[in-house]
Write a protein that binds this ligand. Structure first.
Ligand SMILES: NC(=O)c1ccc[n+]([C@@H]2O[C@H](COP(=O)([O-])OP(=O)(O)OC[C@H]3O[C@@H](n4cnc5c(N)ncnc54)[C@H](OP(=O)(O)O)[C@@H]3O)[C@@H](O)[C@H]2O)c1
Length: 335
């Protein structure tokens, strides 16, 4: 039986902030299976900041999405037809199946969803790529020690919220930076952060950080870059460690921002700054996932999800995530 497949394609390369016309919703026939393949029905789609970079016509760590191609994206789905030995009908899988209702796969880079007692959606968040990013990048680069002060930017998002909670589990004082009072309250009241600042209602980031981090900053996990990061640099202690995870404040910029030139502070304080990509830690994923799952099941690691219904609303969910509407992981429920 021919099955209809709704897909969202990249229709145009955005200039600045993306818009609805950069995407196109189409309906096609779901392809037939060949031996060694299986058909996945999408349940949850993840929308992530990295997708903005992949919409540009510039190769970075990965190829851009081609015009007219299905938008890339991580998906949790169910195998509904199979000619594959490992992924039988009924298996719950996670893979890069893209912004579409159905996808055919040969199993490359697909894994079975193993989220313990947590819902399958967490395989795209706290128990998926964002959780692994937080765990591996933070522990390897920031090397948190009990009693140290850690600052996290983008603190209420999928990655940042996990970083801050891991820092608390390691005995650190944790200060988050996020974009609303509701996020500040969530970080301090629900997630156990010691303090947080709303960068959208604070003009003096440097002064506010001085107040919230009286002992200076020993480790900084940066998701955003820009003026927040400039202000953090001013408070770094001797031998501080900085993990550059993301620079979301720059992703929609049409011109590179010129910031204060603060690298001399890194010399003065002998700071180590290191960028990373989560995939470089692939050989640690199994161990990281075991620990993250144990923390989630034990209630030490909390998570939130913001779920938007309908594939057709994926572009809107993506825009809203870029604008900071999400607390925790932004997902789209497809079926
Ligand atoms: N290196 C890696 O391998 C890797 C892997 C995954 C993610 N990342 C990066 O990690 C960061 C967080 O990703 P995520 O998936 O957890 O997304 P997220 O934090 O759940 O969502 C993005 C958040 O960015 C914030 N934001 C948007 N524009 C901003 C601006 N101009 N200044 C400051 N904050 C802004 C918004 O929160 P506010 O309300 O606080 O503004 C928004 O909620 C991103 O930069 C992403 O690219 C890197």
């Amino acid at each position: 039986m021919m099955m209809k497949n709704k897909q969202i394609l990249l229709a145009a390369r955005p200039v600045g902030f993306p818009k609805a016309a950069d995407f196109q919703l189409v309906e096609t026939e779901a392809p037939d299976l060949k031996p060694g393949q299986f058909l996945v029905r999408s349940i949850y789609l993840s929308v992530d900041p990295y997708m903005r970079g992949r919409m540009n016509d510039r190769k970075s760590y990965a190829d851009p999405v081609g015009l007219g191609e299905v938008m890339i994206g991580g998906v949790v789905g169910e195998v509904v037809e199979s000619q594959h030995e490992r992924f039988g009908v009924g298996s719950l899988v996670v893979g890069m199946f893209g912004w579409q209702e159905y996808a055919v796969s040969d199993g490359t880079e697909v894994r079975l969803v193993k989220t313990g007692s947590a819902p399958s959606s967490t395989a795209l968040g706290v128990l998926g790529m964002p959780g692994l990013t937080a765990y591996c990048g933070f522990l390897d680069i920031c090397k948190p020690q009990a009693g140290e002060t850690v600052v996290v930017s983008g603190a209420a998002g999928a990655v940042g919220s996990v970083v801050g909670q891991i820092a608390k589990l390691k005995g650190c004082t944790v200060v988050g930076v996020a974009g609303s009072d509701a996020k500040v309250a969530h970080l301090t009241d629900d997630l156990g952060f010691d303090a947080a600042l709303n960068y959208k209602s604070t003009d003096d980031y440097y002064g506010k950080l001085k107040e919230l981090c009286p002992a200076g900053i020993d480790a900084y996990f940066d998701n955003v870059g820009g003026p927040v990061t400039d202000a953090v640099f001013g408070h770094l202690n001797r031998f501080a460690r900085v993990a550059i995870c993301g620079q979301i404040s720059q992703y929609n910029a049409t011109q590179l921002e010129q910031g204060p030139r603060l690298f001399w502070k890194l010399i003065e304080k002998q700071v180590k700054v290191e960028g990373f990509l989560v995939f470089q830690y692939a050989n640690q994923f199994r161990e990281a996932m075991q620990q993250l799952t144990a923390w989630v099941e034990g209630g030490q690691l909390k998570y939130r999800e913001r779920i938007t219904a309908g594939l057709e609303n994926a572009p809107r969910a993506f825009f809203e995530m870029l604008q900071g509407e999400n607390i925790g992981k932004q997902l789209v429920k497809i079926s």
